[in-house]
Design a protein around this ligand. Sequence first.
Ligand code: SF4
Ligand code: SF4
Length: 374
Amino acid sequence: MKKYKVSVVKCSSYSSKKVREALLSCFNNIGFSFNSLKPGSKILIKPNILAPHKPEKAITTHPVVLEELCRILKKHKFEIYIGESSSNSTDKSFAVSGIAKLSKYGEIINFENQEKLFIEIEGLKTKKPLKIPLPKILFDADLIINVAKLKTHGLTQVTLCTKNLYGCVPGQLKSRFHKEFPSPKEFSKMLFNVSRKINPELNIIDGIVGMEGEGPALSGRPVKSEILVMSKNASAADIVASEIIGFDPYSIYTNKFSGIKKETIEVTGDAKNTRLNFAKPKISMIPFLPLLQRFIPQPKIKFNYDKCKQCHLCEKKCPVNAINLGPWPKCTHGKCISCLCCIEVCPHDAVYLEEPAARRMLKSVYKKFLSKNS
Ligand code: SF4
Ligand code: SF4
C-alpha cells in the first residue's frame, strides 16, 4: 500500500530565520532532498497570488516563505521560475503581493503570456474531455513546487494545494469553466484532474497566517494559525491541513477524489497534533442531506454600495452575465450559479453573500443537534 508523509511544523511568524528553519525541518521530516537534481535544473514555483493584495491580508502566499525557499534553491544553483495567472491583473498582483521583488532569485512569469500546451481534462458530466491550455513550462520544468495558502473557500470549502494549481489555467478561462462545471462537485473534479496533470513533486502550505470564514479573498478573516505543511503529494497535504482547520477532510470533494485514505498518511512534525477551528464559509454549511439543499433557501449575492467604486470587475468576471451595472451593480439571482467569482475579484470588499434567515435558523438547529449528540 502506498504511504504518504506529511510534515506539519510550528512557525510562529514570518521572520526569515523561523521560516527557513520550518522549511528545512519539513524537508527532513518528509525525506525530501534536492540532491538528485543537477545545478541548472529548472524549478518552477507556483504560489497562490489570487489578486493584487498585500501580504498582511493573508490572501496570497507570503513572500518570506517564497524568498526562503528561493535561497535554499539558489544554494543548489538551480534556475528558478515563479509563475502565476491571478484572477485579475497578474502583473499587478506580483507587485502588490511583494513577490515581484523575488526577481533577484529568478524569473517572474505571467502564465498568460506563456506558450501553451492543450491538455485533456475530464469533468464529471462532460462526455468529451475538455482541452485546457496550460503553460508549456509546467511540462518542461525539472521540478514543480506548489506553495499554497491555508484558506477557506466559499465554493470548495478550502483552497489548498489542489486548488492552488488552478492558477496555472490562464486568465478568464478560469471563470468560464465555472459555467462548464457549475456544481461544487463537478468543479472540484475538474480541479482535481487539472492538479493531477500538473502533479507537483513538492507541496507546501503557508499556514503561518491563514484565512477563515468567507475566504479566499477580502471577505475572509486572517487568522494566526502558525503552521507550515509539506508533502510530496498535494492531496495528502490537503487532507491533513483541512482536518487541522476543523473540516471533515472527505467532505471536501478534491480530497475525496484523490482516493487517499487517512490510514495511508503518516503525519510528522512538532505541530502534527495541532487542531484549529476555522470559521466555515456560509455557503457550505449544511452538510447533512445534500438532496435537501435545493429546497433550502441559498445565500444570495449582494452589494455594499457604500464600498463599491463601480469598477465593473465583478460584471466582467461573472461567467453567466448575472451582474449588470446600471450604474450600481445588481445580481439577477435566477442566473447566478454561486461560483463566487464576483466576491473573489472585487478589490473593495463590496460583494457579499446574504444568508436567508430560514437557512441561518436551520444551521443553528443543526449545530445544537450536533453538540447534543457529540
Ligand atoms: S467589483 Fe466591487 S467595486 Fe467593482 S463594481 Fe463590482 S462591487 Fe463595485
Ligand atoms: S453573480 Fe457572482 S456568484 Fe453569481 S454567477 Fe456571477 S460571479 Fe458567480
